[in-house]
Design a protein around this ligand. Structure first.
Ligand code: FES
Length: 106
């Protein structure tokens, strides 16, 4: 298990205990965190699971791979810390991860 905090656009913190191997998107949907639509179900094909990785975690999470980066072109208000949450898999290394939900999805 790891800790994952998803901060909704209105500032509400969703502090979750999540299983390693699950994605940030899966945990957001499972816990009804507002603002994560995930229309493609995690196939890296919709860009509606866009999040901003907290600055403190950006280097640990790392940059998107090429396919994810291409999809991010379709996301709204992309920033240097933008990632698609279906492509971030929880692990011991990400225990305590904080991500922020954007104002809206694409
Ligand atoms: S759920 Fe569609 S790209 Fe992440």
């Amino acid at each position: 298990m790891s800790k994952l905090t998803i901060v909704a656009f209105d500032g509400t913190r969703n502090d979750l205990d999540v299983a390693n191997g699950t994605t940030v998107m899966e945990n957001a949907v499972r816990n009804s965190v507002p603002g994560i639509e995930a229309e493609c179900g995690g196939a890296c094909a919709c860009a509606t699971c866009h999040v901003y990785v907290d600055d403190a975690w950006s280097a640990v999470v790392g940059p998107p791979e090429a396919m994810e980066e291409d999809m991010l072109d379709f996301a709204y208000d992309v920033r240097p810390t933008s990632r698609l949450s279906c492509q971030i898999k929880m692990s011991d290394a990400l225990d305590g991860l904080v991500v922020h939900v954007p104002e809206r999805q694409a």
